[in-house]
Design a protein around this ligand. Structure first.
Ligand code: FES
Length: 117
């Protein structure tokens, strides 16, 4: 149902390999990524380590490297990779006729991960 999804604009707003952010009133800022192989992902814009802005990280494959201390975070699952432990919520995203849509309930309920100590 279309009402369950929020139109966040054209796919062309994010060039491949880049990200943009989306503020959510009363919720967490979301980072939306466009990978070089043309996939889109949406995650809470806070690294599970110390809340670094993932939207400013380097995208490679379907992974983003956090700009602060270089943890690698899966764009698919939000999980920290390698020896690092933590997970950031992901938001279901879909593409339809050149526009991007985010799942409304996931967007509103997404919570930042607890920062690691
Ligand atoms: S805040 Fe992301 S690696 Fe430390």
């Amino acid at each position: 149902m279309i009402g369950d999804w929020i139109d966040i604009g054209p796919t062309t707003q994010i060039s491949p390999g880049n990200a943009r952010t989306l503020p959510v009133q009363g919720g967490e800022e979301i980072a939306i990524f466009h990978t070089l192989d043309n996939q889109f992902y949406a995650l809470v814009n806070k690294c599970p380590h110390k809340h670094g802005p993932l939207s400013q990280g380097i995208v490679h494959g379907n992974v983003v490297t956090c700009p602060l201390h270089s943890w690698n975070i899966s764009l698919k699952t939000g999980e920290a990779l390698g020896d690092d432990k933590g997970c950031v919520p992901t938001i279901p995203i879909r593409e339809d006729a050149g526009r991007l849509y985010l799942k409304r309930d996931a967007l509103v309920s997404a919570k930042a991960p607890e920062a690691a100590v």
